[in-house]
Design a protein around this ligand. Sequence first.
Ligand SMILES: [Zn+2]
Length: 252
Amino acid sequence: MEIIQSIFIIIFSLILSSFLNVVAIRIPKGESIVFPASHCVHCKHPLKPHDLVPVFSYLLLKGRCRYCQTKISPVYLLGEVFTTCVFVFAFYQIGWNQELWIAIPLMALLTTITISDLLYKIIPNKVNLFFFVLFALIHVIYRPLPFTDYLIGVIAGGGLLLLIAIISRGGMGGGDIKLMAVVGLAIGWKLTLLSFFLASLIGGIIGVLLLAIKVVKRKEPIPFGPFLALGIWLSYFYGNELISAYIKFALQ
Ligand SMILES: [Zn+2]
């Protein structure tokens, strides 16, 4: 049974990650995720099912189009491998229980916005809206916290970033604001605020490092979405432990 479950988890994660990468790459460009069907961006040759096996097709074809031999950007492979790992980790961390109702959509949201923010510096409205509705529906059947925790989460998550955007005159993007409102609805206000704190801390440190080694120039905006995603991920899996460790430390 264990083996069958593991195989299911890996196949499910591969398929979902392949789909989410299409979403993350197409939606910010205003393209449909269904039409046109997957094709080589160079020779436009439509791809057959055996060209679309996540990760494996890329490796078997050594990163080249089967039809015109043009090199395919390794971004696709990296995106799929990264997303698959995020899902597999979530399944093993959470176990086979109801919490997966939150964990899997949350991981889908985080990986999608990370890829689209890295590629296009955009967190698409469509993605935020889709997940907002999805989490509202999920809470009808599964809601580990009281309803008010989520309501406050939406207001606190979106409101805090909106406030920062106003004070900093646009230092925070609209996509980031909406994302944190969605996350507030997904995991409640406590972990959402911790997410933002962790994202700012990590983003601040990495930002200074990137400036120091001159990878980015001063005033050049660094997309904040991936840091938010990392903060949310840490907060979701380790937040309660972090909070109780902090309280223990503070009370000493
Ligand atoms: Zn081609």
